[in-house]
Design a protein around this ligand. Structure first.
Ligand code: HEC
Length: 124
């Protein structure tokens, strides 16, 4: 096999591999930046408003559905630490699906919660 032919094969290989990588990235993070800015997530400005909006009506000090409350950071952190916040909101097997009787949170809200947790679930 002569050298130019090898080079052609290698370049084709690189082009093929990089196009695959690009496709996967698109699938893994579909339009994240177009739908919402969920890359850097704050408890106060992103996560707390979502919980207030979708959860606190049934999960507050006077009415702690299933024993869970989302009034404060500390309450919410408990549900992060035992895995229930991710489990119930993503409707994972073995968890009650939340919001109870409602539809799953929009992808953007789920992404914000997920990213906030993977960034360490900070009180930020
Ligand atoms: C309409 C009322 C209602 C809403 C809205 C609601 N919940 Fe619940 N939730 C309940 C009730 C009642 C229970 C206890 C019975 C059960 O587990 O289904 C419960 C249980 C839970 C549990 C314990 C589940 C388990 O598997 O042990 C968690 C965690 C939870 N909810 C989180 C949430 C979160 C997070 C939201 C918002 C995304 C939310 N809930 C919205 C009523 C609600």
């Amino acid at each position: 096999m002569n050298n130019p032919f090898k080079i052609a094969i290698v370049s084709l290989g690189i082009a093929f591999l990089s196009s695959c990588y690009y496709d996967n990235e698109e699938e893994l993070y579909p339009n994240t930046n177009l739908l919402c800015d969920s890359v850097v997530v704050s408890y106060k400005t992103d996560v707390d408003p979502i919980l207030q909006n979708y959860c606190v009506g049934c999960h507050n000090a006077n009415n702690p559905g299933g024993g869970y409350v989302y009034d404060t950071y500390a309450d919410t952190k408990n549900s992060v630490d035992d895995g229930t916040l991710l489990g119930v909101t993503n409707h994972y097997t073995g968890f009650s699906s939340m919001p109870k009787g409602g539809s799953k949170l929009p992808a953007c809200e789920l992404g914000k919660i997920r990213n906030w947790i993977s960034e360490g679930a900070l009180n930020n």
